[in-house]
Design a protein around this ligand. Structure first.
Ligand SMILES: [Zn+2]
Length: 237
């Protein structure tokens, strides 16, 4: 019975270790960092496409102004404007168009600078996301490895348990298993130094007397946690 209890305690510890592997927290943290980076990336990509559209609009605004300037300059150069008054107003318009183009180009340049910085942000976020993905894959692999080691150890313990439990009285094992369902899989505890090692409470003198008087094959249980108490030489009876 003590061997069975030892195996089941080990199984409970393995299950606890499996649940509380540090990789679980690491993976969760990486997943939320990755989710945050992904939404930042979406926002940055939206900013890039907005600025690209703005740049196209700025370019489209420039086109007719440049065409008009080129046409005027051509006409001034080839001398097809006969009227000096018309010519002077055309020269004036050229100056005006040049100023307008310069303003529009300044505005476009500013958009292009913003676009460049937005694209750099996208690249930076892509680098960060792929770094996080790599870390996540790595953490998941380490978690899987740790889980596999624990599962292997648990499988060994279960195999031992299967060998052991037929050697014990069937009704005792049944009682042990029944108690175990509400006691983390461990339905018995060693009585050591007058203490139940399951709930760690000291057995009172009256109960100790009853236990000491019980026959060796009689099942005694802890009054506090109701586990089967296993009596050994170290029980202090
Ligand atoms: Zn107890």
């Amino acid at each position: 019975m003590l061997d069975l209890q030892t195996i089941d305690s080990t199984l409970a510890q393995l299950e606890h270790r499996r649940r509380t592997l540090p990789q679980h927290a690491e993976i969760n943290a990486l997943k939320s960092a990755l989710a945050a980076t992904s939404s930042e990336l979406i926002a940055a990509e939206t900013a890039v496409s907005d600025l690209e559209a703005e740049q196209n609009r700025a370019e489209a605004d420039l086109e007719p102004v440049r065409d008009r300037l080129a046409r005027n300059q051509r006409r001034i150069a080839d001398g097809t404007v006969p009227d000096p008054k018309a010519l002077s107003s055309m020269v004036e318009e050229v100056a005006h168009l040049q100023r307008r183009i310069s303003d529009l180009e300044d505005a476009e340049l500013e958009i292009m600078e913003q676009l460049e910085s937005a694209m750099a942000t996208v690249q930076e976020l892509q680098r960060r996301a792929s770094g996080l993905e790599g870390e996540l894959t790595d953490a998941q692999a380490r978690r899987n490895e740790a889980v596999a080691v624990i599962d292997e150890q648990a499988a060994e313990r279960r195999a031992e348990r299967e060998q052991l439990s037929p050697l014990l009285p069937a009704d005792l094992v049944a009682l042990y298993d029944r108690i175990g369902t509400s006691h983390n899989g461990v339905g018995a505890a060693e009585l050591r130094q007058r203490r139940c090692t399951g709930c760690q409470l000291e057995i009172n003198a009256a109960d100790l007397g009853t236990i000491a008087a019980a026959a060796d094959d009689e099942v005694v249980r802890c009054e506090e946690c109701s586990r089967i108490l296993i009596r050994t030489a170290a029980s202090g009876l």
